[in-house]
Design a protein around this ligand. Structure first.
Ligand code: NAD
Length: 394
């Protein structure tokens, strides 16, 4: 029997993306799946119901019927309580569930008997690069953050030599040079700004320089250098001593900046505070800060998640879903990531959950009524359960 995959319309406020494009639907049908799409699911990403039908999907108008029939539900964000109520036990739910920041959701999904797979828990290994929504959506966010800064800035970004005089280029600082930060550096350089960047991981210096940025280097001991990143390439929380050295350097640089883009995150921890209110006050009036870490508490003192505020004459933008402001590209990339993951989970048209596989094991949060994801279990203060090896979904 063909596996039935459902694509709901995202109902969270401000969400414009959809989990699969018609191209991704066609590819999964070629894998042996049947795809049901809720009417209007693609509307805000400029994809019509007719386009899904043409790709071979069945368009369903009733959400309850959609969930009732599906063995797998693929989505962008986390489900609402009402939606969780519609999920059958044994169903496979895939989305960006954010269970590390919101582990209670994992408990709820385990209780519902759902096998929950989270895009943000897929291991960042080479084999999983084409499924990596953290990277694809951070690429969109980093680009958009710079455009927002450019739009709000009361001045040009590039150097201009005109009959009306010479305009000096804007100066920007990017804090956190991961996927989003590197995209922000590249975008700001293309707009002609002078860009500096800082990160706790010394390995990114070369990447920043290759994009034409200048690396703001905090002096580090050999021990700090060796321990700045985890085996997975993520940042670790630094010592208070390091933080003080970093803050002194940032305070000096921020005074000169016209715009600051902050992206610094530490998995499972609140975002590190990098820009204090005092530093904001030291900036020129009219300067702009885009705090991409707003949802995790913000890198900037005074950021309000989801809002744009002005403090000491400086605009601080704390929008929490920048990818949703560019739905055509964000959906195209997200859907390709999702399709690749679903393809990975299917075998001869059926769901095949092989828990000996690093990607399947790492991304699965709940299975068989239990929380099996180690980091999520840790956040809940419980022991992770072991899934049955090579278990098959019903
Ligand atoms: N599939 C893959 O192989 C793959 C794909 C994408 C990213 N990665 C790697 O994953 C890692 C994380 O990338 P990300 O973009 O998701 O990172 P992230 O979103 O977790 O964090 C953003 C950046 O903030 C930095 N940061 C954290 N605390 C900081 C502080 N106090 N001060 C300054 N900077 C701070 C981090 O080092 C990181 O570069 C990187 O090593 C990246 O190369 C691997």
């Amino acid at each position: 029997m063909l596996v039935k995959i459902a694509v709901p319309r995202e109902i969270a406020q401000g969400e414009t993306r959809v989990a699969l494009t018609p191209q991704a639907v066609a590819a999964l049908i070629a894998d042996g799946a049947e795809v049901l799409v809720e009417a209007g699911a693609g509307e805000e990403s400029f994809i019509s119901d007719a386009a899904y039908r043409e790709a071979g999907a069945t368009v369903v108008t009733d959400a309850a019927a959609l969930y009732g029939d599906a063995e797998m539900v693929v989505r962008v964000g986390r489900p609402t309580d009402d939606e969780i109520g519609m999920l059958r036990s044994g169903l496979v739910l895939i989305g960006t569930l954010g269970t590390l920041a919101n582990p209670k959701l994992a408990e709820q999904l385990a209780k519902a008997g759902v096998t929950a797979i989270s895009m943000d828990s897929i291991p960042r290994i080479t084999r999983a690069q084409s499924m990596d929504t953290l990277s694809s959506q951070a690429t969109v966010g980093g680009y958009k953050a710079v455009l927002l800064a450019a739009e709000r800035l009361p001045k040009f970004m590039p150097l201009l030599t005109t009959a009306a005089g010479t305009v000096r280029p804007a100066r920007g600082i990017v804090m956190g040079a991961g996927v989003a930060g590197l995209m922000a550096i590249g975008t700001a350089k293309r707009l002609g700004a002078v860009v500096e960047a800082t990160d706790v991981r010394p390995v990114v210096k070369e990447q920043v320089e290759s994009l034409g940025g200048t690396f703001i280097e905090v002096e580090m001991t050999d021990e700090e250098k060796a321990n700045a990143e985890t085996a997975g390439g993520y940042a670790r929380e630094m010592s208070d001593d390091y933080k003080q050295r970093q803050a002194a350097l940032i305070a000096e640089r921020v005074k000169e900046a016209d715009f600051v883009i902050t992206t610094a995150l530490i998995p499972g921890r609140p975002a590190p505070r990098l820009v204090t209110d005092e530093m904001v006050a030291s900036m020129k009036p009219g300067s702009v800060i885009v705090d991409m870490a707003a949802e995790m508490g913000g890198n900037v003192e005074g950021t309000e998640p989801g809002k744009e505020v002005v403090r000491h004459g400086v605009t601080i933008i704390g929008l929490t879903n920048l990818p949703a402001t560019m739905p055509a590209s964000a959906t195209q990339m997200y859907a390709k990531n999702m399709q690749t993951l679903v393809h990975h989970l299917l075998k001869e048209g059926s769901i095949n959950l092989d828990f000996s596989d690093e990607i399947t094991r790492g991304a699965t949060i709940t299975h068989g009524g239990k929380v099996i994801n180690e980091a999520t279990a840790k956040a809940l203060g419980i022991e992770p359960s072991d899934p049955v090896p090579a278990a098959k979904a019903e």
